[in-house]
Design a protein around this ligand. Structure first.
Ligand SMILES: Cc1cc2nc3c(=O)[nH]c(=O)nc-3n(C[C@H](O)[C@H](O)[C@H](O)COP(=O)(O)OP(=O)(O)OC[C@H]3O[C@@H](n4cnc5c(N)ncnc54)[C@H](O)[C@@H]3O)c2cc1C
Length: 434
């Protein structure tokens, strides 16, 4: 019987190296508060070390320049990298570039078009270009992409794209955008959308602004990690900028989002653990009202609840990763949906408790907790809001049940049935007692 929670020793060695590397080489860079263009200078030599260690862009299959790790090993890796916002960049798998590279890889697999690799995928992998993923629109519900209004119409050898998008992360610093648009409004929306590579300098494409958000309330245009609002006005791209077959937009999105959600959840666990470590350290250090915080039952409850929730989220996420390795993303849909909302809530709660343990210091930017809290809040919205994933899980669960006018467990009804079933025995006992 296979029931194994161990990591192979060779990979555990890599994880040990990553833990130390992230802590000693990446954590310190966070405190310098440099613009991203300067951060790049610091991380270049670190990226070389990662490449030499065979851990670069590990999310891609070997034929695409990755390591073919599978989701469980990738998950374990992301748990470590996710502790720092720079971790994924140093390891060549930061969003949205990593997801976009996966999209391009999936498109290549569907069509056998190898030109995609040298035109866009390799430059993305080498960090020579940056990308954004342009799906959400300001005037339609992002939680239901069947409502997309952006259209792409074929005109000779070109596609003409028109629409307005927002929240395209890194849109204002990207070289290419992957745009999802409706190509056939007459079929079911799941078959009627497609994805295109659009270089940002294409005529008709206007980056209207970076949207102010909890990430950057003051809005510094062109800041790495910002979210752009983009207008596409009759933007013409050659026909070969279509990724995958026409109509495969949703299939591609699924291919991108399944593994992406596992990686997000494992990164969130890395962040939760970091917040938890801070909470425990503070609880043991701060004295008030006659005792250390660690001796107050409320704080003990926070620690105990956080530990149990993180453990549960970790097991759920690794199980989803394992299932995905066994049967693929589509058959693991429910497990992936569960970890998305459960993992985001655990992250949010653990960071919130840690912040509360630190009081005003936690709220200040002298600690990383305030920015972790803002990031945790976003996790409940992006990649599909929690409520949508809960709906998926509830619908799946409900398929196993039938309506019943009298509840199946109604005790008086069951008692009548039980009396019939055991009539002889009950009669015998009654006679004995008489
Ligand atoms: C930090 C961040 C980064 C992002 N990056 C990108 C990106 O790079 N590219 C991109 O295309 N998009 C991006 N997005 C957008 C994101 O994908 C959408 O915000 C998300 O899909 C939700 O869409 P919406 O904001 O339009 O909310 P809506 O669809 O308007 O939903 C609003 C709320 O309604 C509720 N709701 C929705 N559906 C249901 C339901 N079925 N049952 C019950 N309640 C429901 C939820 O509470 C939800 O939060 C990003 C968002 C954030 C916050």
């Amino acid at each position: 019987m296979a029931w194994d929670f161990e990591t192979e020793p060779e990979f555990e060695e890599q994880l040990v190296w990553m833990r130390e590397f992230v802590k000693t080489e990446i954590f310190p860079i966070e405190t310098l508060r440099l613009p991203y263009s300067d951060v790049v200078t610091f991380i270049k030599p670190l990226q070389e070390q990662v490449k030499a260690r065979g851990l670069w862009a590990a999310h891609l299959p070997p034929e695409m320049g990755g390591m073919g790790f599978g989701q469980v090993r990738l998950g374990l890796m992301h748990e470590i990298l996710g502790q720092s916002p720079y971790g994924p960049v140093v390891f060549g798998n930061n969003a949205p570039d990593s997801g976009n590279a996966e999209l391009l890889a999936a498109g290549m697999e569907m069509t056998g078009r190898h030109d995609i690799r040298e035109r866009w995928m390799q430059p993305l992998l080498d960090g020579k270009i940056r990308s954004g993923f342009s799906m959400t629109e300001p005037h339609t519900a992002g939680s239901d992409p069947r409502l997309l209004q952006t259209r792409a119409v074929k005109d000779g050898d070109e596609w003409v794209i028109s629409g307005r998008k927002w929240y395209t992360t890194n849109g204002s610093v990207a070289d290419i955008l992957i745009v999802m648009a409706v190509t056939n409004p007459d079929v079911h929306p799941y078959q009627g959308s497609s994805m295109f590579v659009v270089p940002v300098n294409t005529p008709g494409l206007t980056i209207l602004r970076d949207v102010g958000s909890m990430d950057d309330p003051e809005v510094h245009y062109g800041r790495f990690g910002n979210h752009a609002e983009i207008l596409y006005e009759d933007v013409r791209v050659p026909a070969d900028h279509l990724i995958g077959p026409e109509g495969a937009g949703f299939a591609l999105a699924q291919a991108r989002l399944g593994p992406g959600r596992i990686h997000h959840c494992m990164r969130w666990l890395g962040q939760s653990q970091r917040a938890f470590d801070m909470m425990c350290e503070r609880a043991l250090s701060r004295f008030t009202h006659g005792s250390l915080l660690s001796e107050k039952q409320t704080v003990q409850n926070w620690i105990a609840d956080s530990m149990a929730e993180m453990h549960a989220a970790r097991l759920m996420t690794l199980h989803a990763a394992w299932k995905m390795d066994q049967v693929g993303a589509s058959a693991s849909r429910v497990e992936i949906a569960m970890i998305k909302y459960y993992g985001a809530t655990v992250l949010h709660n653990v960071v919130d408790r840690a912040l509360q343990t630190y009081g005003s210091l936690g709220y200040s930017s002298d600690m990383p907790l305030e920015s972790m809290y803002r990031a945790a809040r976003a996790a409940r919205i992006y990649d599909g809001p929690d409520e949508v994933h809960k709906q998926t899980v509830a619908r799946h669960a409900l398929k196993n049940y039938q309506p019943s006018e009298i509840p199946t467990d109604h005790i008086p009804t069951r008692s009548v049935a039980a009396r019939e079933k055991f009539a002889d025995m009950l009669e015998f006992l009654e006679a004995e007692r008489a």
